[in-house]
Design a protein around this ligand. Structure first.
Ligand SMILES: *Cc1c(COP(=O)(O)O)cnc(C)c1O
Length: 390
């Protein structure tokens, strides 16, 4: 684990140049689209390396750079890029590593828009994907062909919470000389550092824990200098899915409390998972750090905690009972996403009877729940009264 004093150093000091902005404790928002040079010589020098110099904000910006440095350090990688959404970060890092005729191996049930990228977008450009059960290392190895360029991981997946053995996956990828990309949004760098296991590129939805206040949509790519430069020079600059300096500054502010928030969500989720798993009206709970979890020992080996996101199954297959349960909850917000201060509930029953959409694969009694920063006892009271009604 990154030692505590490193966290303090990264979150409070790294990347900050207070003497350059009137010794302000909090960094200012440098809301400028472009940056001037004192002479031609300096201008030419800057153009040599647009990633290392501030020329134009579609490339780099000093406010965004503070966040880049902190995030790269949190993931223990050489560099990072900040984008306007997690989906943009995923698309840019995947597209940068494939061309016509290439193939991708991806874990089954990845984030929905990752699935769309791989099944609807990339096939139009001659790049196809195979989806495998990421819990099965032999299946991963067997799916890799001579055309495979990327092994795409998401561990745990944010719906079914399947884990991949990151060290073993990195070894398989190295054997075949292909890149590994992981979506690390679930654990955040506080609970999991994939670079430690040899994973090449780490992407995040910065919208979730990293910002942590449900008010910014953002994406992160972390990797080696070479990989980041590669993505920057073509995909980052041409797709132009950059973050505004103001939003970057909000994420830097959110990051200051990442350890506190992650620990709080994690501890509260443990309590609530224990409560739910012992409740007679709950069939089962799926949470990577619960003693009923199939891959618990792997979770303990590569993660330091699991945070606030889990799912559970009500002991009923009646749609009206499931609906009654959700309508009875008063303290959880009915909403997608997660990672903010407020606890959320996303019931699968919401995806049933949606006009123009097929019936989902997920069962009607499945619930995804996110535990935020409230008093866990206050949340348990709410769950208890809602469960009593069904
Ligand atoms: C939310 C999410 C994304 C997409 O991020 P956006 O910021 O919404 O674009 C990607 N992966 C996972 C696991 C997510 O939860």
């Amino acid at each position: 684990m990154i030692p505590e004093n490193d966290w303090n150093q990264i979150l409070n000091h790294l990347g900050e140049e207070r003497d350059k902005y009137f010794n302000a404790v909090s960094p200012p928002v440098i809301q400028s689209s472009n940056f001037m040079f004192p002479n031609l010589q300096a201008f030419r020098k800057a153009i040599e390396d647009e990633l290392e110099n501030t020329i134009y904000t579609r490339g780099t910006n000093p406010t965004v750079n503070i966040l880049r440095k902190k995030i790269a350090a949190l993931e223990d990688t050489e560099d990072a890029l900040i984008l306007s959404s997690g989906s943009a970060a995923i698309a840019a890092s995947v597209i940068a590593n494939v061309q016509l005729g290439d193939h991708i191996v991806c874990v089954q049930s990845p984030y929905s828009w990752t699935f769309t990228l791989l099944t609807k977008f990339l096939p139009r450009f001659g790049v196809n994907s195979t989806f495998v059960d990421g819990r099965d290392l032999n299946a991963i190895d067997a799916a890799i062909t001579k055309d495979t360029k990327i092994l795409y991981l998401e561990s745990p997946t944010t719906f079914y919470f399947d884990l991949q053995d990151l060290e073993a996956c990195a070894k398989i990828a190295k054997k075949h000389n292909i890149k590994t990309i992981i979506d690390n949004s679930y654990a955040s760098p506080y609970f999991q550092n994939p670079s430690k296991f040899g994973i090449d590129i780490i992407v995040h939805s910065g919208t979730k824990y990293l910002n942590g206040h449900s008010d910014v949509v953002a994406g992160i790519i972390c990797g080696s200098k070479e990989d980041i430069k590669n993505i920057f020079n073509i995909e980052y600059m041409t797709l132009g899915a950059i973050i505004s300096p103001h939003d970057a500054n909000l994420i830097t502010r959110g990051l200051r409390t990442l350890p506190l928030r992650m620990q709080r969500s994690n501890d509260s989720a443990q309590k609530i998972v224990n409560y739910l798993s012992a409740h007679p009206k709950i069939e089962r709970v799926v949470y990577p750090f619960h003693n009923t979890f199939e891959q618990l020992s792997l979770a303990r080996r590569q993660m330091r905690g699991a945070g606030g996101l889990f799912s559970f199954y009500l002991k009923t297959d009646s749609q009206s009972k499931a609906e009654l349960f959700f309508h009875s909850l008063k303290r959880f917000l009915l909403a997608v996403s997660w990672g903010g201060h407020e606890s959320l509930v996303m019931p699968m029953v919401a995806f049933y009877d949606v006009k123009g959409r097929p019936k989902p694969d997920a069962p009607i009694n499945m619930v995804r729940m996110y535990i935020g920063l409230e008093d866990p006892e206050w949340l348990i009271e709410d769950l208890s009264q809602a469960l009593d009604k069904i």
